[in-house]
Design a protein around this ligand. Structure first.
Ligand code: PLP
Length: 361
């Protein structure tokens, strides 16, 4: 089969070893064999999140875990501060509103990272705020946020810090315990090298104290139900067995290499792509570029949609911009199994596509 270069910020390329692991006959989940698989997967998840807390696994795309982080911690009428610098920041605010939680947006220019002092000010102005929600990597702008610095600010208050690390985890540096993050969220179709369908939440002691007081409705995603069984490598409902088997395989590949080395390879792939893009005379969109995905400005006068569709006919799928960035940027992912070789291939095709639009490169 001819390789198709799926370089979007989720889903992205999956290693053959992982696909093969998922192609085996289905097994039952209430068996020792399956629990053994879950046990190793759970241990390795902690290494990725850099935490001693249990990492709870849900059957959903990332948004399910984002919603769960709100439904499990807050109560109707609560206030939460939302860093809003792109589509995924907006999503947190929308979920809050649908649960009757007042979302106080901290709006920042798309493509920039929030100033930690401004988060501190928002907390001072909203002393009853129970939580701060933000991304590690805001995928819509390919921007990494300084979680460590914000966590220091939030840590001095009663509020918890919830980080959507879905696209950043494994690619950008992240330390749940060392930095004092209260809830960290992950999703399978990003650097985890899996198809969509699994999401993760790691939960701190400070967050558990808030969870005990939360009265928002929840059932399927009730953290208590998952936490109770986590130590037994079990789950309250039928898990996505096939995906969890794939997860165990992907995590064993990552941890064999070493989590820090895995992140380092993302750093070098990202640096390679950013450097090459500049050599082509193109500009980066983000002022704080992530190592999971790169956003490139579409040169003035060119049509971004034409560029992405032309790339697709050449066997490379990348993402365009969302909302007001539609047609203005293209986003190339370098997460998970995507290698520098894949990026070289994509760059070659990008050059061709630009030439077709009569741009000298
Ligand atoms: C991919 C992604 C999500 C989750 O989106 P789903 O489509 O629900 O998987 C959430 N936040 C960020 C930052 C993401 O990149």
């Amino acid at each position: 089969m001819k390789k198709h270069y799926l370089l979007t910020p989720g889903p992205a390329l999956i290693p053959e070893e992982v696909t093969d692991a998922m192609a085996k006959p289905i097994i039952h989940h209430r068996t020792q064999g399956y629990r053994d698989i879950v046990k190793t997967a759970n241990e390795n998840l902690k290494k990725i999140f850099k935490t001693e807390n249990n990492v709870l696994t849900f059957t959903s795309s990332g948004t399910g875990a984002m919603e769960a982080s709100i439904a499990n911690t807050l109560s109707a009428g609560d206030t939460a501060i939302i860093v809003r610098g792109g589509k995924f920041g907006e999503r947190f605010a929308e979920i809050c509103e649908s649960y009757g939680v007042t979302a106080v947006p901290l709006d920042i220019e798309w493509g920039t990272a929030p100033d930690p002092a401004k988060v501190g000010r928002a907390l001072e102005e909203n002393p009853t705020a129970k939580a701060v929600f933000m991304q590690l990597c805001e995928t819509s702008t390919a921007t990494v946020y300084d979680i460590k610095a914000v966590a220091e600010v939030v840590g001095k208050t009663n509020a918890i810090l919830v980080v959507d690390a879905i696209s950043g985890l494994g690619a950008d540096e992240f330390e749940m315990d060392k930095w004092n993050v209260d809830i960290a969220i992950g999703g399978s179709q990003k650097a985890f090298m899996l198809p969509p369908g699994l999401s993760f939440c790691a939960v701190s002691k400070k967050a558990w104290d808030l969870i005990k007081k939360s009265t928002l409705p929840k059932y399927y995603y009730d953290f208590n139900k998952y936490e109770k069984l986590a130590g037994k490598s079990d789950s309250p409902w039928t898990p996505a067995i096939t995906l969890v088997i794939g997860l165990a395989k992907a995590l064993s590949m990552i941890t064999e290499k070493g989590v820090d080395n895995f992140i380092k390879s993302h750093v070098s792939d990202a640096e390679f792509l950013r450097g090459s893009v500049k050599k082509l005379g193109l500009e980066l969109f983000s002022k704080s570029p992530s190592n999971a995905v790169t956003a490139i400005k579409v040169p003035e006068g060119l049509d971004g949609a034409k560029l992405t569709s032309s790339l697709k006919t050449k066997g490379v799928t990348v993402a365009g911009g969302q909302a007001h960035l539609k047609g203005k940027i293209i986003r190339i992912a370098h997460m998970g199994a995507i290698t520098q070789k894949d990026l070289e291939f994509a760059l070659g095709k990008l050059k061709e596509a630009l030439k077709e639009q009569n741009l000298k490169v």
